[in-house]
Design a protein around this ligand. Sequence first.
Ligand code: AMP
Ligand code: GLY
Length: 428
Amino acid sequence: MKILLLGSGGREHALSWKISQSSQLDKLFIAPGNAGTKAYGTNVDLSILDFPAIKFFCLENEISMVVVGPEDPLVEGIYDFFQSDVELSGVSLIGPSKEAARLEGSKDFAKKFMFKHGIPTAKYATFTKDTLKKGYDFLESMKAPYVLKADGLAAGKGVLILDNLADAKKELKSMLFDGKFGKAGNQVVIEQFLKGIELSVFVITDGDSYKILPEAKDYKRIGEGDTGLNTGGMGAISPVPFANSTLKEKIENQIIIPTIKGLKADGLVYKGFIFFGIIMVKGEPYVIEYNCRMGDPETEVVIPRLKSDILDLFEGVASNTLSERDIQFDERSAATVMMVSGGYPEDYEIGKVIFGLNAITGSMVFHAGTSSDGPTVLSNGGRVIAVTSLGKTLEIALEKSYNNIENIEFEGSYFRKDIGKDVLLIKN
Ligand code: AMP
Ligand code: GLY
């Protein structure tokens, strides 16, 4: 098979690493890719939102499958673009249809879907410019902290959690009237605050059957002890020690199965990954959010634990035969630690020379935001390098990643030193 993978982050580097190991692969292209993905395929300078250019590339290069990493092309309808074009009838696309991708693209859509199908989630109401006053009343009827979510995609920044009512009202108005999150904030979902511990659960589906991938936990805040601003993710672990079989059964029965059935019942075509952001409240799982793709940095720990041929699974998705495919996992623990640019997630500089990448032993390096200048690798984003290790225990995996990340450096680089520590405390 000739494959085109869309995206340029650590998720796509991990996916390209895995796809390159498939016995079914003839050629892999990554658009646009990064300095790391080059080791596993050919980087192509294409915009992931330029569907006509992607089509042209697929036809020119006899691509048989497109794998979509990030959410934007999915929410913009790349699946439907491929489906509706006869010239592309021989190309399958791994990802949901535009309407189904609204599970991530619209918080209001996702909440309606969950309530309709009896999937546990926080109580909510949605407001627009015309219903600001009702929004204030709703906030007054709730207890602090107040959770406000921009309805649309806001690069992971559209959720505000506020401790006092006056601030919540002010922010609601600013989202609706001052374009605080642009168009994404034209509608605002106000939600009941749930207190608990979070985990990420992943499923791959062909629309009828599904396979559950290893769960993961990511570390979103910039600072140690989960302090400071939210980031794209500073590290991740898999498996998650507190995700015992009882919890996993509840997640499957109360969340995964009703979601797959609900998609089918609502005619929402879905052929790809579903990411369930779960929060556990007093032992009960609730959905915090859906994403229509794999997580990043979760992919950097989930994919290294997948033993099966990923193209075999993708082919099962494309041909609606996923139920016949075998899926096996590595029992070991995986841990990834992300090295980021100084200043991230606020302003940061790029183009810094990264040293020490060749000094890594016993870990995998996934590039999250890099470019290359000849043999030199340069930083090219906020999140730059993820160091993943496998180990018999989580402690061993973490130790390997930390020993190796110490050898990597670029001007201003930073990483959290406490990835996985919280769950080890729960366990011990
Ligand atoms: P989201 O973009 O929906 O994943 O929200 C970002 C983060 O905000 C989540 O990972 C949670 O940590 C937090 N969050 C979102 N919704 C709630 C909620 N209803 N209660 C508590 N925390 C929440
Ligand atoms: N790590 C969270 C995400 O990918 O959205």
